[in-house]
Ligand binder design. Sequence first.
Ligand SMILES: NC(=O)c1ccc[n+]([C@@H]2O[C@H](COP(=O)([O-])OP(=O)(O)OC[C@H]3O[C@@H](n4cnc5c(N)ncnc54)[C@H](O)[C@@H]3O)[C@@H](O)[C@H]2O)c1
Length: 258
Amino acid sequence: MTPRILEGKTGVVFGVANKRSIAWAIAQAWAAAGAKLIFNYQGERLKDNVEELVAEFGADTPLYPCDVTKDEEIKEFFQKTKEHFGTIDLMLHSVAFAPREALEGRFLNTSREAYLLAHNISAYSLLGLAREAAPLMPRGGSIMAMSYYGAEKVVPHYNVMAVAKASLEATGRYLAYDLGKQNIRVNCISAGPVQTLAARGIAGFSQINKVYQERAPLGRSCTVEEIGATGLFLASDGAASITGQTIYVDGGYQIMGM
Ligand SMILES: NC(=O)c1ccc[n+]([C@@H]2O[C@H](COP(=O)([O-])OP(=O)(O)OC[C@H]3O[C@@H](n4cnc5c(N)ncnc54)[C@H](O)[C@@H]3O)[C@@H](O)[C@H]2O)c1
C-alpha cells in the first residue's frame, strides 16, 4: 500500500484523455498517496471518458473543460479550482499537440502554423497555467511537466514537437527561477516512449521503442506506473530541494552516446 505522503494536499491534473494517459498514471499515484485532485478535459469529445475515469476517486471528483489555447477557459478552470479547494499544492502539465503532417517527413517543411500551434499547446501552456496556479499556492508547491529526449538530441520524426519540448524544458527552468521565491518547484519528467494516444501520432514510434530495447542500459523504456512513481516523488517532500530539473525516466537511454 502507498504511504499517505500527500494526505491533506490538493492537486490539479491537466492531460487525462483515457486510461493509458501518462496524466492518469500520475493522478493515480497522487490519489493513492492521499491527494485530492481536480481534472481538466479538452472539449466535450473527451468529457464522458474522463468523467468515467475520475469517478474512480469518488463520484464528486471535480472536472472542468480547459483547452489550454484559451485564456478564458484557463481562468475559469482556476476559478473553479479556488471554489473547490481554496488553495492547491500540486499541478501536472501533461499536454502536447502537433499536427500529424508536422511529425512526418522533413523538418524543413514545418509550416509557421504547425510550429506556432505546437509551441502554443505544448510549451506556452505551462506558463499560462502556472501563472494562474501560483497564486493558489501560498504554502509553496510542486509543478511538473512531461517532456521527451527529442528536446535534447535529434530523434527522427519528432520534428517540431522536439523543438516545442526544448522550449517547455527552458520554460520550466525560468519558471523555477521566478517561482522559487514562493517555494514553488518546477520540474520536467522526460519519459521514454510509452504507448499512449499521443504516441500514436508519432511516425516510427514502434521503431523508437525498439531502439530503447536494444540500447538503453535497462534494456527497455519505462512503464506509465514508473512515470507515476516519479510524479509522486516530485510531489513529495523527498524532492523539496529539486527544482528546474529534467528527470529522465527512460531505462537510462539518455546517458548513451551510441
Ligand atoms: N507517450 C510517450 O511516449 C511520451 C513520452 C514522453 C513524453 N510524453 C508527453 O507526455 C504528455 C502526455 O502525453 P500522453 O502520451 O499521455 O498522451 P495523451 O494523448 O494521453 O495525452 C495528451 C493530452 O494532451 C491533451 N491536449 C492536447 N491539446 C490540448 C489542448 N489544446 N488543451 C488541453 N489539452 C490538450 C489531450 O487532451 C490529452 O489529454 C505529453 O506532453 C507528451 O508529449 C509522452
